[in-house]
Design a protein around this ligand. Structure first.
Ligand code: MG
Length: 380
């Protein structure tokens, strides 16, 4: 079942501590709002709408603007108004919509699948946890114990059929703003099903929640490593492309694209780390559109695939093997170019060079070899 998602990131989050709004604060190096947006895309969302504070559109653009397919829309004064703004940004083709609070970052595909299944035959399905603690109520002069049977704590995402949800919001006339979307649906008699939730979907509310999130983020991610090797033949020419830099030389590298063996090796290393085949699968050499193509396109595509999987590129290290040209004078320029293509700090990029002391095809200057390794962190 196709679905759209609305990630509500329009609050100021004042209880989470002073300074930046909590949806922009980082958990494990990644802004809170990005966690669930990336998770929705990884889970197959057709569209994701991020509802952001009207006064922070520029910040939102800087933090989320590179996510392909993301729609950003300004929110309202209340959560309900923000959800309605999100609904208005959807297309009529989006028949199923999930509404999610950005402050619950640890969303995964299993949650989404459980909701889609739970939505069968009803108007809405919500993730919720049974109340396990004994519940107390403050009373004058004492406390009293409240029955907890049948009580659930509602989480997000909450999944709905879009048409009844739109109708329910249009009909909402209570002075009190609703605290969740299921409440709006319930008010018009829409049938909502409870789906077992996940403690990991807790809401970041107080400063100490961020410390817990940092610990969980580390536990919920795995590091993967990939390697890539590429070689291209040398022929007559005026310079070689290596790691995105053209170095003047009396030869050039021969290949279908610009034959940048360095970029090809790094591209394969990244694809290897995420199990996405090799460069030829994504950019077949038989396809004329890649003839003479600048290889940074291939590398940027591999880095985008990592992000689409909710992953983060940790570092890359490439070794160029050739007698000539000398690489060392160009190393820093190569690192800076790779940093730009990969959107990584330059410290996370290493370029090394070696010779084979005259031995073999690199020694005879018949060609140049590149070998690379890349590490990525992805959701477990
Ligand atoms: Mg190649």
């Amino acid at each position: 079942m196709g679905f759209a998602a609305i990630v509500v990131a329009a609050g100021s989050g004042s209880r989470a501590g002073a300074g930046v709004s909590k949806q922009w604060r980082k958990v494990a190096g990644k802004p809170v709002a990005r966690w669930s947006i990336e998770a929705f895309f990884a889970a197959g969302a057709r569209t994701v709408v991020a509802v952001v504070p009207a006064s922070e559109m520029e910040t939102a653009q800087a933090i989320l603007g590179d996510l392909p397919g993301l729609i950003m829309t300004p929110g309202g004064a209340t959560r309900a108004q923000s959800v309605m703004a999100g609904l208005a940004a959807l297309s009529p083709a989006d028949e199923v919509v999930m509404v999610h609070d950005a402050a619950r970052p640890f969303l995964n595909s299993d949650h989404v699948q459980a909701l889609l299944k739970g939505l069968e035959g009803v108007d809405g399905a919500i993730l919720a946890l049974p109340v396990a603690d004994t519940v107390k109520r403050e009373a004058p002069g004492n406390i009293e114990t409240a029955p907890r049977e049948g009580l659930w704590r509602a989480q997000t995402p909450q999944a709905f059929r879009a048409a009844p949800l739109n109708a329910a919001y249009a009909a909402w006339n209570d002075d009190q703003p609703p605290t969740d979307d299921a409440g709006v649906m319930e008010a018009v008699g829409g049938v909502v099903r409870l789906v077992p939730g996940d403690p990991l979907l807790f809401k970041l509310t107080y400063p100490e929640d961020f410390a817990m999130a940092e610990r969980l983020a580390g536990a919920a991610r795995v590091t993967r490593t990939g390697q890539g090797i590429d070689a291209h033949r040398l022929g007559p020419g005026d310079g070689v492309w290596l790691c995105g830099i053209k170095i003047a030389h009396d030869r050039e590298l021969i290949g279908h694209s610009d034959a940048d063996a360095g970029l090809h090796a790094i591209t394969d290393a990244i694809l290897g780390a995420i199990g996405e085949g090799d460069i030829g699968d994504h950019f077949p050499p038989t396809d004329p559109q890649w003839k003479g193509a600048p290889s940074h396109i291939f590398l940027a595509h591999a880095a985008d695939l990592v992000r689409q999987k909710g992953g983060t590129l940790v570092n890359v290290d490439v070794t160029l093997v050739c007698e000539k040209p000398k690489i060392k004078p160009h190393r820093q320029a190569m690192r800076e170019k790779l940093a730009e293509i990969l959107k990584l700090p330059v410290e996370r990029i290493s370029v090394k060079a070696t010779t084979t002391e005259g031995m073999g095809y690199t020694g005879r200057e018949e060609g140049i070899l590149a070998q690379a390794i890349a590490s990525v962190e992805t959701p477990a």
